[in-house]
Ligand binder design. Sequence first.
Ligand SMILES: [Zn+2]
Length: 371
Amino acid sequence: MAEHRITYKFRLYPTRQQAALFEQTLGLCQELYNAALQERRDAWRLNRISVNFAAQSAQLPDIKAVRPELSGVYSQVLQDALRRVDKTFKAFFGRVKRKQKAGFPRFRSSSRYDSFTHPQGGFSVLGSHLCLSKIGKVKIKLHRPIEGKIKTLTVKREAGKWYACFSVECEAMPLPPNTESIGVDVGLLAFATLSDGTEIENPRYYREAQKKLRRAQRKVARRKRGSHRRRKAVLLLRKTHAHIRKQRADFQHKISRWLVDNYGLIAVENLNVKGLAAGMLAKSVSDAGWGAFFAKLEYKAASAGRQLIKVNPSGTSQTCACGAHTPKELSQRWHKCSECGLSANRDHVSAQVILQRALGLSVQVLSQALA
Ligand SMILES: [Zn+2]
């Protein structure tokens, strides 16, 4: 069964010293990559011999003996650089075999060598830090939780910024094909509104749990610092938080499961887009919640073989399903279009616009694939 992978990309905030270590790691990997490429090129050009990954990997201890700097790099990261050369050559020989135009694998300049990969281990995520073997604890912004099992980590330099890309494995649980599509507008009043008009309410216990939480917070605030009673109140507050988190996660699992079971194409807004449109501030503030929901949705969609399309959120609430511009304040809950006469719940129309945008995108992708 095909393996399903999702990539999660997070911004890293290395200290100056850590950034220098990243650069150093990239430089050493690039050097190794080019040296491995050179060896293979020479072997092929001079003797028509192909050197394989195992043979190159076996030389690493000897190379380290003459280049001690390499010992400052996690050894699997070095192996991965060799693995990349291997992939490039396999692709090259594949093209030769199929009698396609086969450009010989090329050396990489330092500007084009911009990532290194931990293929198995040597890293872990602890709170707001990514712990990297040989480098240390690097600050990471986990803007959404990771669903599934982390397999590899790639540290990447992009326009002077650093990113951690986790490749996460999804269990493959394919569902029979489904041609139904749906747009989902996550909201502030209802949990979500669908393009067919369905409203998914926030569960009732949300409000009760919020009340409980406020009571627990007040209790902590009232009690004297350092007292036994305060410690007890803090414990209660923590328990209440954990309970709410679990309830929320359960609810999000249930809704995402239902969507994936019933629809072949699911359209949502891409709330990670920089500079959310006017009126989207509230959504971006509660982003953590939506991020967690979308992560569950993405994971389930990928493992079931469903399409999840994230569209540009700009103006989804200010556009009619007919395409007309329909400006409205945040407080205005009803949509009325003077162009086509559509009169409906504001979020219902937004969900339709989200679906339209997604269908537009999937048509583009399809026509590009056919062209
Ligand atoms: Zn209209």
